[in-house]
Design a protein around this ligand. Structure first.
Ligand SMILES: *[C@@H]1O[C@H](CO)[C@@H](O)[C@H](O)[C@H]1NC(C)=O
Ligand SMILES: *[C@@H]1O[C@H](CO)[C@@H](O)[C@H](O)[C@H]1NC(C)=O
Ligand SMILES: *[C@@H]1O[C@H](CO)[C@@H](O)[C@H](O)[C@H]1NC(C)=O
Ligand SMILES: *[C@@H]1O[C@H](CO)[C@@H](O)[C@H](O)[C@H]1NC(C)=O
Ligand SMILES: *[C@@H]1O[C@H](CO)[C@@H](O)[C@H](O)[C@H]1NC(C)=O
Ligand SMILES: *[C@@H]1O[C@H](CO)[C@@H](O)[C@H](O)[C@H]1NC(C)=O
Length: 532
C-alpha cells in the first residue's frame, strides 16, 4: 500500500502496493490548504483507514511531501511515535493495536488538548507524545472540532427559527397604525364591499379566492398580485379571513386601498357564528391538550438534547413547534364548505404566495368529480422540493400508520388549490380529518409532527385531482437553488419554508418577485419603513 501526497498538497492518493489500483483519491479543492480542509480530509480517512489516517494527518500537517510511501513515513516518523526500532512490520501491528484501543476509549478529562494543529505538530516534534497519547489527542481534537461545528450549526438554526417566528418591526407597525386608523378614520371603517355589491359575495358566476392570514402586508401582496395578473379583474372576489386582533387593521387596509374593479371582503373569525367550540371540538382539544401545550409552547432550547439530535432533526423539530401550526387560522381551511355555504368553487391561497398569471382557467379545469385540484409534490426536476411522499410526513413505525397508509403514496401541496365545494359537501373529509387529529393527540403526537397537511393528506385520499405543476411552484422559502427561469414562468410562486420574503432571512434574489407588489408609495408602508 502506498500513500502519495501531491507536491501542491492538493490531493492525496492511496494505492495498492504495485501502484496500479488507486484505493482512494482525495482532492483538496481549496486554493490554499486550510486547517479546516485538513480536518475533513482526516475525518474521511479516519473512517476508512485508521492507520493511514494517522500518517496522513502527520504528513499533511508537517508538510512532509518528500515521502511518498508508508515505509518511508514509518522510518521518518516511526521512532518519534513508537520508540526506537526498525522493524516496520511491527510498527504496523502496534499502530493497529493502539488505534483499536483508542477507538473504544473515552478521551480522559485531564488530557490537555493543543489549541490547534500547529501546536500539535510542534509539541510532537518535541517528543511530547507517545503513540497512544498522540492518537488520543488527535481524536480529542477532532471530537472537539466536530462539537464546535455542531454547536454553531445549532446556534444558526436557533437564530433562524427566532428570526422566522418573530414578527418584523415594520409589519407590526403596519398592523398597529392601521388598527389605529380604524378607530380614528371613518373611511377606514366603511363597509367592505359597499352594500350594493354584497350579493356578489355569494354569486357563483364570479371567481372566488380565499386567503386566511393575520399578515396585512402579505395579504396585500396576494390580492394585488392576483388582480394585476388577471385578464378579467372585474370577475374577482377576494375573501380575506383574519383573526380578531388583526381584523380592524386588515379592514382599514382594504378600505383605504380599494382594488376595483375587483371586490374584497374582510372577515374576522369572530364574525362567523358557525365557528363555535361545538362545531370544532378538535381545535379546543388541541389547544388544551397538555402534550400539545408542552410541545408547542415548551422551552425549545432546554427541551432539545443536543448531543442526541442531529441538526437536521433539530431543525424539523423547531419548525414543528412554530406557533403557526397551532393557529386556528391555519386549520380553518378544512371548514371551507361551511364557511362559504353558498359557493360552489373557490381557489384557496396561502399568504406566502405571489400570483403571476391569470388564474381564470382554473375554474374551467374538470376535476372529474374530485374535490381538490392540487399540484403533486413527488415528481419533478428538483428532488428536494418535489420528492415528497407519505413516508416523509408520517411515522411509519407506528402500527396505526403502517396499517392504513402507503409510504410511497404521492403527496400534494396546499397553497394554491381549486376546491369544488359542492363535491366536498358530499364527502366525509372533515370527519376523517377530525378523527385522525384526535387519534394523533391520543397517541401523543407520534403519528405525525407538522400541522395541517398530514391529516389533510389522509382526509383527501381519493379526492385529489392533480393539476399541472406550472400552476404552483413551491420551495422559494427553503430552496435557495431555485431556478429563476422557472420562477418567471410559474403561475403562482410559493415561499413555503422559513425564509419568507418579508423577513430578513428571505433570499435576496427571490425577494423582488414578491416585493414588486408592495406599494412603497403608500403612506403606511412608508412610515413603517418596511423592508428598507
Ligand atoms: C442526551 O443524550 C445522550 C445520548 O443519547 C445521553 O447520554 C444524555 O444523558 C442525554 N442528556 C440529557 C440531558 O437528556
Ligand atoms: C407524551 O409525551 C411526553 C413528552 O414527549 C411525555 O412526557 C408523556 O409521558 C407522554 N405521554 C404518554 C401518555 O405517553
Ligand atoms: C413512531 O411510532 C413509534 C411506535 O408508536 C414510537 O415508538 C416512536 O416514538 C414514534 N416516533 C416519533 C418520532 O414520534
Ligand atoms: C443563494 O444563492 C444566491 C445566488 O444563487 C447567492 O448569491 C446567495 O449567497 C445564496 N444564499 C444562501 C443563503 O445560500
Ligand atoms: C441546483 O439546481 C440544479 C438544477 O435545478 C442542480 O443541477 C444543482 O445540482 C443544484 N445545486 C445544488 C448545490 O443543490
Ligand atoms: C399605492 O398607494 C398610493 C397611496 O395610498 C395609491 O395612491 C396608489 O394608487 C397605490 N398604488 C398601487 C399600484 O396600488
Amino acid at each position: 500500500m502506498q500513500l502519495h501526497i501531491s507536491h501542491s498538497m492538493r490531493s492525496i492518493t492511496i494505492s495498492s502496493n504495485n501502484g496500479f489500483t488507486d484505493l482512494m483519491k482525495i482532492k483538496i479543492a481549496a486554493r490554499h490548504i486550510s486547517y479546516r480542509t485538513i480536518f475533513h480530509t482526516i475525518l474521511i480517512l479516519a473512517f476508512l483507514l485508521p492507520f493511514v489516517f494517522i500518517l496522513t494527518a502527520l504528513v499533511t500537517l508537517e508538510g512532509v511531501n518528500k515521502c511518498s510511501s508508508i515505509d518511508c513515513l514509518g522510518r521518518r516518523l516511526g521512532p518519534k511515535l513508537l520508540g526506537r526500532g526498525d522493524d516496520s512490520e511491527r510498527y504496523l501491528t502496534d499502530f493497529y493495536t493502539i488505534l483499536d484501543q483508542v477507538h473504544s476509549e473515552e478521551i480522559p478529562d485531564d488530557l490537555e488538548l493543543p489549541d490547534n494543529f500547529k501546536q500539535l505538530v510542534s509539541e510532537m516534534k518535541n517528543n511530547k507524545y507517545n503513540a497512544k497519547t498522540f492518537a488520543l489527542t488527535l481524536k480529542g481534537m477532532m471530537e472537539r472540532s466536530e462539537r464546535e461545528i455542531r454547536e454553531s450549526k445549532f446556534q444558526e438554526l436557533m437564530n433562524k427559527h427566532f428570526a422566522a417566528t418573530s414578527i418584523p418591526k415594520g409589519i407590526h407597525c403596519l398592523s398597529l397604525r392601521l388598527t389605529d386608523e380604524y378607530s380614528s378614520n371613518a373611511h377606514a371603517r366603511k363597509q367592505l364591499p359597499s352594500p350594493e355589491l354584497l350579493p356578489l359575495l355569494s354569486d357563483n358566476s364570479y371567481h372566488h379566492f380565499v386567503v386566511f392570514t393575520d399578515n396585512i402586508l402579505a395579504a396585500s401582496v396576494v390580492v394585488s398580485s392576483a388582480v394585476r395578473s388577471s385578464l378579467r379583474p372585474e370577475k374577482i372576489v377576494f375573501h380575506v379571513i383574519t383573526d380578531k386582533k388583526t381584523y380592524a387593521g386588515m379592514h382599514s387596509w382594504f378600505a383605504l386601498n380599494p382594488i376595483s374593479p375587483s371586490i374584497v371582503e374582510v372577515k374576522g373569525v369572530h364574525q362567523f357564528d358557525w365557528l363555535t367550540r361545538d362545531n370544532i371540538p378538535v381545535l379546543e382539544a388541541m389547544e388544551n391538550h397538555d402534550g400539545v401545550r408542552n410541545y408547542y409552547h415548551g422551552n425549545h432550547v432546554a427541551g432539545a438534547n443536543r448531543s442526541a439530535t442531529s441538526p437536521r432533526l433539530f431543525a424539523s423539530k423547531l419548525q414543528a413547534r412554530s406557533p403557526k401550526y397551532m393557529s386556528l387560522l391555519n386549520h380553518l381551511r378544512i371548514y371551507l364548505p361551511e364557511l362559504f355555504p353558498n359557493l360552489d368553487k373557490v381557489v384557496f391561497l396561502d399568504d406566502d404566495i405571489v400570483i403571476q398569471r391569470d388564474l381564470s382557467p382554473l375554474w374551467d379545469i374538470d376535476l372529474g368529480g374530485r374535490v381538490n385540484g392540487a399540484v403533486e409534490t413527488c415528481k419533478g426536476e428538483d428532488p428536494w422540493v418535489m420528492g415528497k411522499r407519505f413516508k416523509i410526513y408520517f411515522n411509519f413505525s407506528h402500527p396505526r400508520v403502517a396499517e392504513s397508509l402507503d409510504p410511497e403514496e404521492c403527496a400534494w401541496a396546499f397553497g394554491m388549490n381549486i376546491f369544488d365545494l359542492r363535491a366536498w359537501r358530499k364527502t366525509n373529509i372533515r370527519e376523517t380529518y377530525h378523527s385522525w387529529l384526535k387519534e394523533n393527540l391520543k397517541s401523543n403526537l407520534t403519528l405525525w409532527r407538522l400541522g395541517t397537511l398530514p391529516p389533510a393528506l389522509i382526509a383527501f385520499r381519493g379526492y385529489v385531482h392533480p393539476i399541472d405543476p406550472s400552476w404552483h411552484m413551491l420551495g422559494l422559502g427553503y430552496q435557495n437553488n431555485t431556478s429563476i427561469e422557472s420562477v418567471k414562468k410559474a403561475a403562482v410562486i410559493h415561499y413555503n419554508g422559513q425564509s419568507k420574503p418579508w423577513l430578513e432571512i428571505g433570499y435576496e434574489h427571490l425577494r423582488p418577485f414578491w416585493s414588486k407588489y408592495v406599494n412603497y408609495s403608500n403612506e403606511f408602508v412608508k412610515n413603517c419603513h418596511i423592508l428598507e
